[in-house]
Write a protein that binds this ligand. Structure first.
Ligand SMILES: *Cc1c(COP(=O)(O)O)cnc(C)c1O
Length: 406
């Protein structure tokens, strides 16, 4: 599926030029095939398609040309052999586990993964006899100690949400391969514009296309990328399980990919300016941002990412040793531009209180352990004018009795 010529292009060119299907009408923009099924010239052709003797579309739960275009473009951009699209990021994640694992298999995962991924581990994989050991993303010794002969997958997200911890993709890929296991990387926060997990040895890359691939908060979708063999397994699963991507959504994501590089650079630049500004503001106790020289894993982030992305978190000063959410809530409520929503990856900046939203179901001791304190605020910096965003955050600082510095 990967056209060798396109593999030689840079990501920004692939994002615009790869995977487009020619149409009879010579449409310049990507075509949207909004159809559930496809027709045949004859009964014999139908039989040949169903038997797999003749390639071609049958039904949009199996294949759809617009969805294929999106898969092709994303696969080439990530540097993988093939992609499979799904109805959501969670559908991609669940399919990866269910299609590739069997009862008795073992998974080692970072504990800082998307909340719902943890629900899948706890509630569903366990039910099918698949054990998951959770470890700290940034501590390679814990990963190694958790490995068993049954370990089939290592699972990580980097940078982590919301604290910007960084996992060493190359080191964990080596560890996985030592045990004949595979490394799965959820690349949602960086996207192939900023991080290429396959270049570092990862085996499968997962996306929630809902976030930066769309980039404008319109559609829910997901994808997995990997080798022909592994993706054939996942495609077989999606055909039967039915968690397929809608062609309309695929079309939106195709158009989203065209501006991905531009957006990710602009998101990262805005976030850098906001992070630098925030760390000098009264009432702000600490900013979690891997772009800072003094971030404990700054060097690793600089090595494996092209830039630092746009999701960052900060702790507010509070009198109650990080146990009081009032400061965080007052800060959030004082902003006027930032949208109060747990979503991210949008041109619109968003602000949320992780302890009571994205991490609300995490037990208190676990929250303490992983640094999700009550005084923590997460922002995903969008593409509004950065001075307007600073003025907006200054409203939060003022609400806590401080006066923002320029
Ligand atoms: C949102 C998100 C998901 C889940 O994606 P959906 O499209 O909402 O199902 C998975 N991983 C990460 C890192 C996410 O941010």
């Amino acid at each position: 599926m990967t056209d060798p010529d396109h593999a030689g292009w840079n990501t920004d060119t692939q994002a615009i030029r790869t995977g487009q299907l020619p149409t009879e009408e010579q449409a310049h923009s990507e075509a949207l095939f909004l159809t559930s099924s496809f027709t045949y010239d004859s009964a014999a052709q139908a039989a040949a398609r169903f038997a797999g003797d003749e390639p071609g579309n049958i039904y949009s739960r199996f294949t759809n040309p617009t969805v294929r275009s999106f898969e092709q473009r994303l696969a080439v951009m990530e540097g993988g052999e093939r992609a499979v699209a799904f109805s959501s990021g969670m559908a991609a994640i669940t399919a990866t586990f269910l299609a590739l694992l069997a009862p008795g298999d073992h998974v080692v995962s970072s504990r800082s993964v998307f909340g719902t991924t943890n629900v899948v581990f706890d509630k569903y994989l366990k039910k099918f006899g698949i054990d998951v050991t959770l470890v700290d993303l940034a501590d390679p010794e814990q990963w190694r100690a958790a490995m068993t002969d049954e370990t089939k997958l290592l699972y990580m997200e980097t940078p982590s949400n919301p604290l910007n911890e960084i996992g060493d993709i190359a080191a964990l890929a080596r560890l996985a391969h030592e045990y004949d296991a595979e490394l799965v990387v959820d690349n949602c926060f960086c996207t192939p514009a900023l991080q290429k997990p396959f270049d570092l040895g990862a085996d499968i890359v997962i996306h929630s296309a809902t976030k930066y691939l769309d980039g404008q908060g319109r559609c829910v979708g997901g994808a997995a990328v990997g080798s022909h063999d592994r993706m054939e397994e996942l495609h077989g699963f999606v055909r039967s399980a039915g968690s397929c991507m809608s062609p309309f959504n695929a079309w939106v994501f195709l158009k989203g990919l065209e501006t991905l590089g531009l957006r990710m650079r602009a998101h990262s630049e805005n976030a850098r300016q906001i992070a630098e500004w925030l760390r000098h503001q009264p009432g702000v106790r600490r900013v979690h941002y891997a772009g800072f020289d003094d971030h404990p894993q700054h060097e690793l982030a600089a090595r494996q990412q092209h830039d630092y992305g746009a999701v960052l978190a900060f702790e507010l000063e509070d009198s109650q040793r990080r146990a009081d959410r009032q400061a965080a809530w007052r800060f959030i409520d004082a902003t006027e531009i930032f949208s109060i929503t747990a979503n991210l990856g949008d041109v619109k900046s968003t602000i949320t209180h992780p302890a009571s939203t994205t991490h609300g179901r995490v037990p208190d001791d676990e929250k303490q352990r992983s640094g999700i304190f009550e005084n923590l605020v997460r922002i995903a910096v969008g593409l509004e004018d950065v001075d307007d965003l600073k003025r907006d955050l200054a409203r939060g600082i003022a609400a806590l009795g401080g006066e923002a510095r320029s």
